[in-house]
Design a protein around this ligand. Structure first.
Ligand code: ADP
Length: 398
C-alpha cells in the first residue's frame, strides 16, 4: 500500500509518501510559510533536496502543489494520484476520545474539533490538513493517528494531578502525554529486536529531541509518561522548561509584571537548553561552547542529564522489571555522550553500557549493553511517519 503521511502545522505541511510493503519512503518534503512567501522543498529519488518559492495561500493550495509534484513524470514517484491508497494524518491531541488510530469520518472530525480546546495550537492545523485532503482527494480513505493515543492505557494514578478533582471533570485537566507514536514504534522495534513478546515487554523509552518525553511501558502498554496536560511538563527540552515549581509562574507574573500569555511564552519558547545556557536550543552548539570552557554550557548539560535520570529512576521503580532502556530521536540517537551520562553509575541496578559500542552506534538499532545483561540499553531510530503509514494500513484492512 502507498500511504501519504501528512503532518500539518499552523503554517506548514510536512509529508512523506511511504510504501508499507518495503517500509521505504518514496519521497518526502515540506511546504513552509503557507500564507505568505511559501517555500516548497522535497527530496528526489536520488535523495537530492530541491527548494522553490511557491504561491500557497492556504493548506489546500499547499497540498495541491505537493500532489502535482508527486505525479510529475520528471520525478518518477507515482504515475497518477490513484496510486495513493490512503492518507495518514498525524493528529496531536485525541484527549480521552481516541485510544487508537481511526478512519476519518464526519463524527471523527467533530471529535477532533472538540479536542481543539485543549490543544489550541496543534489540533486546528491538523484539522486543516484533513479538510484539505478531503477537498482535493475526496475518494481517498484517511486515517487519524494521535500523539496521545498510546498513553491512554495509563492508570488513573499516573494521569490524575492532585488538584481539585472537579477540574479534571470540568476541563479534562489530566496527564495525556505526547510523542505516543514514537514511544510505540521504538517499543515495538525493541521487542522485535530482543525477540520478546510485546505483551510481556517492559521498557523505558527516552524520546530526546527538541521536544523530549520519557515513557514507562509495561507489557507493551504505556503506564506513565513525563509530558502532561501539555508538552511543557517533564524533562528539560530545547526551549521548554520541563517540570518546574508552579509557584515560579505567579512570582514571575508579579515581579516582572507579566500576563499569563507572556509567562507561557517564556516557559515554552525561551527556557530549556536555550534559556539556561543563553547559547542555543541545539545541544550540539552547547557542546561546542562547553569545549571552550563555558561553565553555563556545562551546567546546562548537567541539568538536562539529571532531569532525564530522574525519570529513568522513577520508572525503574514503577516497572520493577525493565527489559530495556531505549534512547531515540535527535539527541537519543546521535549523542553518545548524553546516553553515557544518563545511565552511568547504574551498575548496581544491572544497567551497564559497552562504551565503545555506545560511541560507535549510528543509524541502526543497536544494543549498547554488554552481552548477557538483563536490562538492555538500546539506541533505536524512531520513525513516526512509518508508524503512521502502518497504522493507516492496519485500520483500513480491519
Ligand atoms: P524534533 O523534536 O524537532 O523532532 P529531533 O528529534 O530532530 O527534534 O532532535 C533535534 C535535536 O537533536 C537538536 O536540537 C539537537 O540538539 C539534537 N541532535 C541532533 N543531532 C545531534 C548530534 N549529532 N549530537 C547531539 N545532538 C544532536
Amino acid at each position: 500500500m502507498k500511504v501519504l503521511v501528512i503532518n500539518a502545522g499552523s503554517s506548514s505541511l510536512k509529508y512523506q509518501l511511504i510504501d508499507t510493503i518495503t517500509h521505504q519512503s518514496i519521497t518526502k518534503g515540506i511546504v513552509e510559510r503557507i500564507g505568505a512567501d511559501a517555500e516548497f522543498s522535497f527530496s528526489t529519488r536520488d535523495d537530492r533536496k530541491i527548494k522553490s518559492a511557491i504561491d500557497a495561500k492556504n493548506h489546500t493550495q499547499a497540498l495541491t502543489y505537493v500532489l502535482d509534484n508527486l505525479k510529475d513524470p520528471a520525478n518518477a514517484f507515482i504515475k497518477s494520484l490513484d496510486e495513493i491508497d490512503a492518507i495518514g494524518h498525524r493528529v496531536v491531541h485525541g484527549a480521552e476520545e481516541f485510544s487508537a488510530s481511526v478512519r476519518i469520518e464526519e463524527k471523527v472530525i467533530k471529535a477532533i474539533e472538540k479536542c481543539c480546546e485543549i490543544a489550541p495550537l496543534h489540533n486546528p492545523p491538523n484539522l486543516q490538513g484533513i479538510l484539505a485532503c478531503r477537498e482535493v482527494l475526496p475518494d481517498t480513505p484517511q486515517v487519524a493517528v494521535f500523539d496521545t493515543a498510546f498513553h491512554q492505557t495509563m492508570p488513573k494514578s499516573s494521569y490524575l494531578y492532585a488538584i481539585p478533582y472537579e477540574f479534571y471533570e470540568k476541563y479534562g485537566i489530566r496527564r495525556y502525554g505526547f510523542h505516543g507514536t514514537s514511544h510505540r514504534y521504538v517499543t515495538m522495534k525493541a521487542a522485535e529486536f530482543l525477540d520478546k513478546k510485546l505483551d510481556e515487554f517492559n521498557c523505558i523509552t527516552c524520546h530526546l529531541g527538541n521536544g523530549s518525553s520519557i515513557a514507562a511501558v509495561k507489557n507493551g502498554r504505556s503506564v506513565d509518561t513525563s509530558m502532561g496536560y501539555t508538552p511543557l511538563e517533564g524533562v528539560v527540552m530545547g526551549t521548554r522548561s520541563g517540570s518546574i515549581d508552579p509557584a515560579i509562574v505567579f512570582y514571575l507574573m508579579k515581579k516582572e509584571n507579566l500576563d499569563a500569555k507572556q509567562v507561557d511564552d517564556i516557559l515554552n519558547k525561551k527556557s530549556g537548553l536555550l534559556g539556561l545556557s543563553g547559547i542555543s536550543n541545539d545541544l550540539r552548539t552547547i557542546w561546542q561552547e562547553e569545549l571552550k570552557g563555558n561553565e553555563r554550557a556545562a551546567v546546562t548539560r548537567d541539568v538536562l542529564v539529571k532531569s532525564i535520570r530522574k525519570y529513568i529512576g522513577a520508572y525503574m521503580v514503577e516497572l520493577g522489571t525493565v527489559d530495556a532502556i531505549i534512547f531515540t530521536a535527535g539527541i537519543g540517537e546521535n549523542d553518545w555522550n548524553i546516553r553515557e551520562r544518563c545511565v552511568s553509575g547504574l551498575e548496581n541496578f544491572g544497567i551497564v553500557l559497552d562504551n565503545q559500542v555506545n560511541r560507535d552506534a549510528k543509524g541502526a538499532i543497536t544494543d549498547l549493553s554488554p552481552f548477557g545483561m538483563k536490562t538492555h540499553v538500546l539506541m533505536v531510530p524512531t520513525n513516526e511517519e512509518l508508524m503512521i503509514a502502518l497504522d493507516t494500513e492496519g485500520v483500513l484492512k480491519k
